[in-house]
Design a protein around this ligand. Structure first.
Ligand code: FRU
Length: 626
């Protein structure tokens, strides 16, 4: 052996020894650290999942399932560095060996010793705050409801979903379905993040005539592909179709189908609807601070029609998640068009909220009935966003809100499953003081949740009365129904839910100000996240909200004007499901949804009336269950 050959052999041996010394050999899987922050996980004996340990406070690292054509998915995952919050499953191909590349995780991270293969995955038992009766994903992160559709007796609910951690990221369309809007069955995600980017919000329609060329009755999903390209946000609309009743989708090979003509970077959340007068499909898309209408005959090629919104409603705002439908006016039956505009920020109580405009549409232009400065809210709580409606429910405009707010959505004290939807609601149009408003009442199905109940006698209340432990048997999930009839002179009257820790949730009429109020300033946990400087808050990515302190944004009272009610007696329906309180006044003329995190469930109920007496009638307390 020549000197040259010898030194080459020595160098190779040293290299092999070095590689071996920094690799953990756990058969049937082998982890090879190729640099300080790069590693290759080689899976020799395929199993269904690679279980990845997550630590939410850590930054995302890149995880890539190599050769997983056609998508070669790149995922951003917060792998554990020094402690483990929970595991998430990464599905592996079962028919071959595979390799997972991990970039950005130091060789000392505890993830390396805890990554493992498994044929099963069971999420950890749900934490207390995960509502029992509302739809929430079994694990992972959820935001907007997407593609709501009623098809062959089933309601399909797709949603913005991160299967790889309970913070925003890796957008998929998660999927659940239900026959009654109450019992939700979880399915495999319907659309996965791909090379065009994240799968952002959108809608579905049933293409009964097969106009798009994917067969009669195909379900078409319209969504936004979102990607960062050279530091700039790129968004365009895409199409996917399903020929198996919405259980799986195939992405259209001609994607994207619609890009903005002026190159704007915020262009998303397509909602497709049928406009009968000119027998055409329309798409409404949020485009920065306006909504744009497009029209199509084949559902693939879309032509620009008009735009609405610039200078209208609350500000500052980013328009998102549009919806557009007709509603008959209660009493007269006259139809009006309603545009839902989910905005962020600019909500009545800060952050994100659902705004709407009532007006007319002639197939070309939407003309609102209100002046530009008027802002109307579909819900007066702080946790109601991305509300959109179902396709395929004639005679009924039915939708679902995501119950959170982008100001703190990523740091709420949930664990493995973060994100919950509000109760399904039916919209209606009513008049108050000569103006048109949209109301939202719980869908009729919701009464089926009522199990045992107790009825309290009618009382005339002039002081504080406390029913100790009244809620105790009901306190996880209950509905309280009552009518408050305040006499002249009453300044405030209402109820307070309390627990032994001193947490309190007052819900009351503030007649001196003409408001109904829900005050969560002392409702339980009210401060999440880490301290951050104002500059850090300004520059943070609002979708990820990493490590920010939202204390001052969460602890507040929300209120609605009582002028929306027709009479001077107020019927209240309050739903409490662990971490979500939803109030409906006068059959939904006012809706108010707020997250709450009581340290222990509320057990007692207090009534109060100040400045005079209040008649309390029709008081029912229902235990709710599925
Ligand atoms: C609204 C939103 C949408 C977007 C999605 C991304 O909550 O920002 O505009 O499509 O969330 O997850």
């Amino acid at each position: 052996m020549s000197y040259k050959q010898l030194s080459l052999t020595l160098a190779l041996t040293t290299l092999l020894l070095l590689m071996a010394s920094c690799s953990h050999t756990t058969q049937p899987m082998h982890i090879q650290h190729t640099s300080d922050t790069t590693a290759l996980v080689q899976i020799h004996t395929p199993q269904r999942y690679l279980l990845l340990p997550i630590q939410e406070s850590q930054p995302e690292v890149l995880v890539r399932l190599i050769g997983n054509r056609p998508e070669d998915t790149e995922l951003d995952i917060r792998l554990a560095v020094d402690s483990i919050d929970y595991f998430v499953p990464l599905a592996l191909p079962m028919d071959r060996e595979s390799e997972v590349e991990i970039i950005g995780l130091g060789a000392k991270a505890i993830a390396w010793d805890s990554i493992r293969l498994s044929d099963t995955f069971t999420p950890a038992p749900a934490d207390y705050y995960r509502p029992a009766l509302h739809h929430a994903p079994p694990y992972g992160w959820m935001n907007d409801p997407n593609g709501l559709v009623y098809l062959d007796g089933r309601y399909h609910l797709y949603y913005q979903y991160n299967p790889y951690g309970a913070k925003w990221g890796n957008m998929y369309w998660g999927h659940a379905s239900s026959e009654d809007l109450l019992h939700w069955q979880t399915h495999e995600p319907a659309l996965a993040r791909d090379t065009l980017g994240h799968i952002f919000s959108g809608s579905t329609i049933i293409d009964r005539e097969g106009q798009a060329g994917f067969g009669k009755g195909a379900l078409l999903a319209f969504y936004t592909a979102h990607k960062m390209r050279q530091g700039k946000q790129w968004q365009a609309q895409c199409l996917a179709y399903s020929t198996d009743q919405g259980m799986s989708f195939t992405k259209y090979t001609g994607n994207p189908i619609l890009s903005p003509h002026d190159g704007i970077s915020d262009f998303r959340d397509p909602k497709v609807f049928w406009y009968a007068p000119n027998k055409s499909w329309y798409m409404i898309v949020s485009a920065d601070r306006e909504m744009r209408f497009y029209r199509s005959t084949d559902l693939r090629q879309w032509d620009y029609v008009s735009a609405f919104g610039d200078g209208y409603g609350a500000r500052p705002c980013q328009f998102e998640c549009p919806d557009f439908f007709e509603l008959p006016m209660e009493g007269t039956g006259v139809h009006k068009w309603v545009m839902l505009v989910n905005i962020n920020p600019g909500g009545a109580f800060g952050g994100s909220a659902t705004e709407y405009f009532v007006g007319n549409f002639d197939g070309k232009t939407f003309t609102p009935d209100t002046a530009p400065e008027v802002a109307r809210w579909l819900d007066f709580g702080k946790d109601h966003y991305a509300f959109v409606t179902f396709h395929g429910t004639p005679g009924r405009v039915l939708g679902i809100p995501w119950a959170s707010n982008w100001q703190y959505a990523n740091v709420t004290p949930y664990k493995q499953s973060r994100g919950v939807n509000g109760l399904p609601r039916e919209l209606f149009l009513f008049e108050a003081g000569g103006r048109s408003y949209v109301g939202a009442r719980p869908a009729t199905e919701v009464t089926k949740l009522r199990k045992d109940s107790i009825t309290l006698p009618e009382t005339r209340l002039s002081e504080r009365v406390r029913h100790e432990d009244l809620l105790a048997p009901y306190s996880d999930s209950f509905e309280l129904e009552l009518e408050l009839n305040p006499e002249a002179g009453v300044t405030q009257a209402g109820i307070i839910l309390t627990n032994k820790q001193g947490d309190r949730l007052p819900i009351f009429l503030d007649l001196s100000k003409g408001r109904v109020v829900m005050d969560r300033t002392q409702s339980g946990l009210i401060a999440f996240g880490e301290q951050a400087t104002p500059h850090e808050r300004e520059s943070a990515d609002w979708r990820k909200g990493d490590g920010l302190n939202y204390q001052n944004d969460f602890a507040l009272s929300t209120w609605a004007p009582l002028g929306l009610c027709a009479r001077k007696t107020y019927r209240l329906r309050l739903f409490v499901d662990r971490s979500l309180a939803e109030l409906f006044v006068e059959g939904g003329r006012i809706a108010m949804s707020n997250l709450i995190f009581p340290r222990t469930p509320y057990t007692s109920l207090e009534f109060f009336s100040e400045g005079g007496s209040t008649q309390i009638r029709g008081l029912h307390l229902y235990r709710l269950g599925l």
